[in-house]
Ligand binder design. Sequence first.
Ligand code: NAP
Length: 327
Amino acid sequence: MSTFKAVRVSQDAGKASSALVDATLDEIDAGEVVIAARYSSINYKDALAVTGRGRIMTRFPCIAGIDVAGVVEASSDARFRPGDEVFVQGFGLGVSHDGGFSERVRVPADWVIPVPPGMSLLDAGTIGVAGFTAALAIHLLEHNGLTPDSGKVLVNGATGGCGSIGIDMLARRGYHVVAFTGKAESRGYLKDLGAAEVWLRSDVELGRKPLEKSQFAGALDSVGGEQLSWLTRSMQENGVIGAFGNAGGADLATSVFPFILRGVRLIGVNSNAPMAVRQQVWARIASDLKPRNLARVGFPIAIGQVIEHCELSIAGRVQGRAIVHYD
Ligand SMILES: NC(=O)c1ccc[n+]([C@@H]2O[C@H](COP(=O)([O-])OP(=O)(O)OC[C@H]3O[C@@H](n4cnc5c(N)ncnc54)[C@H](OP(=O)(O)O)[C@@H]3O)[C@@H](O)[C@H]2O)c1
């Protein structure tokens, strides 16, 4: 049986380690659809899994990678045929089911989404879980009343995957975006994505008051911790925050005052959404939220570079998204 390359995470005496391995279809998890991978992206969650810094995987060994875009090679489910361009994100992929950092991926048909008409496989792969999460967050904020006329929208963790694509989508929708970043060297990149203002984290005093200066109508937060706390205290009346990340910390210390005196809403965003929601959000990603700058955000890497790029991601040193290109 022919072999293919994959990044497999194993655990020994409680310690996770990753390796580039030769795998066979016999070894990987079952499902109705076999996909020849074309692109998969490095998400922060992948970096935690591959480096063993976070408890992401629920079983070992397991191939990492929480998303993949590719072409159906075989399907025993009538909804998919060889040659179809498809995308898979989340469910158990790369967590409890062999994942996307693999030249061949096999999954249940219920996890598979056809790439929307008019979208290339490379675009779907570059958007990945990060772009989907940013889109879901914007979708939820808009359902809570946010419009481009409401005021400024801050994007925290601006140069990351969720942040970069979130800025691109918000700018396209006509929002005034404030990119909040730790990387002074990325000003030009963030402006090119559509940020109206770039604020450096080191220049901002987070303060300790129950309510800080009222500044933002909306926010997307990849970071959590003290910065999310500051955001809750810095929203204008009826401001809405989409919280999905913990790149800077998992704690949240605030008080009830932003919520009871300003009507601030803190909205949790979980990308592992029901299929109906995924389809609705992907339809928006292909239309009114369609990113215009994916070529600036994604950069290609080979499967053999996944492990080193996961280390860079954990250190917060990546601008944009590393996309594994398979031949
Ligand atoms: N809830 C969900 O379903 C869901 C889905 C996707 C992602 N997430 C979470 O959202 C966050 C962002 O994901 P991503 O894939 O966009 O990650 P990423 O590409 O690695 O970006 C993370 C960004 O966060 C910023 N950051 C701020 N403080 C940091 C710190 N102490 N260490 C590392 N980075 C720091 C950095 O940008 P700047 O230097 O520009 O600030 C960094 O580039 C992660 O916490 C991830 O787990 C959650």
